[in-house]
Design a binder for this molecule. Structure first.
Ligand SMILES: Cc1ncc(COP(=O)(O)O)c(C=O)c1O
Length: 417
């Protein structure tokens, strides 16, 4: 990505030196580039331009309202999975009629809220959910989508696979026609859309092609059953490069969409998350200690698994680089990069070649824009990590670092009688 590169020996986000932001606001923090977000969105939009398609940004990947607004200003809708995400999307300026609500555990309150806001579509994922929605929609009526589980192996990490029969998501494909019929029989409910999402960080288009074909066949079958299916929600899932992966070209993805669903006359929706934000963000940290252990070198940094859980949770790889470019010919030795949390799992990387580092040196974790800040916590009573958005030579703190006072005020002492 050119939006995060070295100039004059220093890592920059667009036209600002990362070290300058770090000195002003302290570390750790996430830093996103407006240009990277915009470029990625426009590249996707352009690749799909010949089709009647709406891009609904999957807010779960990065739900900072400044990020959502960046996409909303470009015309994006939002894919949400909770009442909280719906509130964020609306507050960031996404029009309700461009919001799609997926998720296996939508509560009655969340469904009622979605109906009251008149969002574009609720994608129902189970028969019990359908019944609750049916009760809520009796009088006002609702056109809904039904998410199917096509039983396709997405060939990605098992924790982010969502389209196999033994995953919790969607209505299994074998019962889909039956459930559509059940939905249509409910007063107030009209099923008009089929949705699918088979997993995240997909680097091969074959599983997507198979899933989309299955959905296209289902649409034809549903129409022969008398349903008026007018749209398909193709989900998200396109992978990005963290290390040496080769993610599919967007034009190839567009071809798969065209080949599988192009002749159905349906409006199409896509829900990309990681692909739009992953490489548009970095996590900036500083070295606390460079410690020589008995058998290994440990670079202990001030970010931890509570700030970026992906390595601990998915064994995920992030490139980690000094913010000051390493001089040519500098000697490098292998180090484990670890956080201060009291778990061995708080290890970001093992055996990375790094120059000698001293306390206060800044490091940047690449590809941290997706599923980074959104998964952060206060584990070990650490403060929630702040977020910064850069645009050209300006930056804005779009989530500030809370104070310890705020942290303490989150709980109250029990007031026993
Ligand atoms: C229903 C749905 N749509 C879209 C996405 C976004 O996926 P990705 O970030 O891989 O594009 C997800 C992620 O889990 C999802 O569950």
């Amino acid at each position: 990505m050119t939006e995060f590169d070295y100039r004059g020996g220093e890592l920059h986000a667009e036209d600002i030196a990362i070290a300058e932001i770090a000195e002003q606001i302290g570390t750790p923090f996430y830093c996103y580039s407006t240009a990277a977000l915009t470029n990625r969105y426009n590249a996707f939009k352009d690749a799909l331009a010949s089709q009647d398609i709406t891009i609904c940004y999957a807010v779960k990947a990065n739900s900072n309202q400044a990020v959502i607004k960046t996409f909303a200003d470009l015309g994006a809708g939002a894919d949400i999975v909770s009442g909280g995400e719906m509130r964020r999307a609306l507050a960031a300026g996404v029009p309700a009629d461009r919001i799609i609500f997926s998720g296996v555990g939508k509560t009655r309150d969340e469904l009622a809220y979605a109906l009251s806001e008149n969002i574009h579509k609720i994608n129902v994922e189970s028969v019990p959910e359908l019944k609750v929605l049916g009760e809520l929609a009796v009088e006002r009526g609702a056109e809904i989508g039904i998410r199917v589980n096509p039983d396709v192996d997405a060939k990605t990490h098992e924790k982010i696979s969502t389209g196999k029969a033994d995953n919790k998501f969607g209505i299994d494909i074998g019962h889909a026609r039956e459930v559509f019929a059940q939905a249509r029989a409910m007063p107030g409910i009209k099923p008009v859309s089929v949705a699918v999402h088979i997993g995240s960080q997909l680097t091969d288009l074959t599983p997507l092609r198979n899933a989309y074909r299955t959905v296209a066949e289902l649409v034809t079958a549903l129409r022969s059953d008398g349903h008026e299916i007018d749209s398909i929600d193709l989900g998200g899932g396109l992978g990005i490069r963290y290390k040496d992966e080769t993610p599919p070209a967007l034009t190839d993805y567009a071809k798969v969409v065209q080949e599988t669903t192009g002749n159905l006359g349906c409006k199409l929706f896509v829900e990309p998350g990681r692909m739009l934000v992953g490489n548009a963000g970095i996590l900036v940290t500083q070295v606390i200690y460079d410690k020589q252990g008995q058998s290994r070198r440990f670079v202990i940094v001030d970010a931890a698994m509570n700030d970026l859980v992906r390595p601990a949770m998915y064994e995920a790889y992030h490139a980690i680089e000094p913010v000051q470019e390493t001089a040519a010919g500098a000697s490098l030795t292998d180090a484990d990069i670890v956080g201060p949390i009291c778990e061995t799992g708080d290890t970001f990387a093992r055996g990375r070649a790094l120059p000698a580092l001293k306390t206060g040196d800044f490091l940047a974790f690449r590809s941290a824009g997706a599923y980074g800040a959104v998964m952060s916590s206060t584990y070990n009573s650490r403060l929630l990590v702040p977020e910064v958005l850069v645009k050209g030579n300006e930056y804005a703190v779009v989530r500030r670092r809370p104070s310890y006072d705020e942290l303490l005020k989150q709980d109250q002492l029990a007031n026993w009688q």
